[in-house]
Ligand binder design. Structure first.
Ligand code: PEP
Ligand code: MN
Length: 338
């Protein structure tokens, strides 16, 4: 940590800051310039809050040298992490192709969609059993019945499955049926939920909150990692913007921005990011070109009957086409599938 004093800071104020640093068992290294004094602080910073120095008289600014997302940072782990989702690897040169309907509606429909996306090259099946809907009157999902269907269909097509959990009290239940636990955008900062999934050993798909910064996302990942679960995959799924031409604003720069700070894999979700089937293929390609470790796309064989997110679903044929193009792009970029 570095403490920068105000230009007019008095000797008493400087001494007071040094005393405070030393009283915490830390070392203070003073550097007196013509106009400013800077104090470098060395030692274990975990026992206090840097903001405590900010309020001392004469202090202008306190700067952390190490990021607060210690475990998620590249300092902690300079090589890219590879997250295993059963036999599918995510990150480190392996491309995840997550596909399936927004919500699980019945066994037959999920079977039809799973068969199609598997044939197209998807390697992880998605489907929501607990849906985070803006309206309490909208379809809320099948609950445990849906989880059972997801498990059965995933096993039938030999695909690991991912599904969302919204409630810390349901983590154990969801953990029982799924191979990867999704934390949705709306719950990215539900710290109780993050702590709970951090205590499982399951890989976590952590979606970026719609108003969250890249650092907020990494801090949320830190909650999971700090509980002893190292298997976190980040997901860029669009952020709020003033522009109503897309459902959200697809922040493709978040992909390399995360990679510059963290070893965790990051995938893109052009379905929720754009909300528009015509924009999903180009944004999926952009995500992979920007270095994404996977693509998450919602697919439905009959969008007009979908209980959730029908307007943004790709038809199986459309998914087959983009999956082929993504495969070519991934190969060009030296990535493999699975
Ligand atoms: C979803 O994956 O269906 C979903 C609700 O995603 P998000 O949390 O990104 O809105
Ligand atoms: Mn959805």
């Amino acid at each position: 940590m570095i403490i920068i004093l105000k230009s007019g800071a008095t000797d008493e104020q400087v001494d007071h800051v040094v005393e405070k640093v030393e009283s915490l068992g830390l070392n203070a290294h003073l550097s007196r310039g013509t106009h400013r004094t800077i104090i470098g602080v060395i030692g274990d910073e975990s026992q206090f809050q840097p903001e405590q120095f900010q309020v001392l008289p004469g202090v202008s600014e306190v700067i952390r040298v190490l990021p607060a997302y210690k475990l998620a940072s590249l300092d902690a782990h300079p090589e890219p992490s590879v997250v295993p989702v059963r036999k599918v690897k995510v990150g480190g040169g392996h491309l995840a192709m997550i596909a399936g309907p927004c919500a699980i509606e019945n066994a037959e429909r999920l079977d039809t969609i799973a068969k199609a996306v598997k044939a197209a090259g998807a390697n992880i099946l998605r489907g929501g059993a607990f849906k985070p809907r803006t309206s309490p009157y909208a379809y809320q999902g099948m609950g445990e019945e849906g989880l059972k269907i997801l498990r059965e269909v995933g096993d039938k097509y030999d695909m690991p499955v991912v599904t969302e959990v919204m409630d810390p009290r349901r983590v154990e239940l969801v953990d029982k049926y799924t191979d990867m636990i999704q934390i949705g955008a709306r719950n990215m900062q539900n710290f109780t939920l993050l702590t709970e999934v951090g205590q499982t050993k399951k890989p976590v798909l952590l979606k970026r909150g719609m108003s969250a910064t890249v650092v907020d996302l990494l801090m949320s990942a830190e909650y999971i990692l700090s509980q002893g679960n190292p298997h976190v995959v980040l997901c860029e799924r669009g952020i709020k913007s003033f522009d109503t031409s897309t459902r959200n604003l697809f922040d493709v720069a978040a992909v390399p921005a995360c990679k510059a700070l963290s070893h965790l894999p990051i995938i893109v979700d052009p379905s929720h990011a754009t909300g528009r089937p015509d924009l999903i293929p180009p944004c999926a390609m952009a995500g992979v070109a920007a270095g994404a470790d996977g693509v998450h796309i919602e697919v439905h064989n009959c969008p007009e009957e979908a209980m959730s997110d029908g307007p943004q679903a790709l038809l199986p044929d459309q998914y087959t086409k983009i999956a082929g193009q993504l495969r070519q792009l991934a190969e060009l970029m030296g990535k493999s599938f699975g």
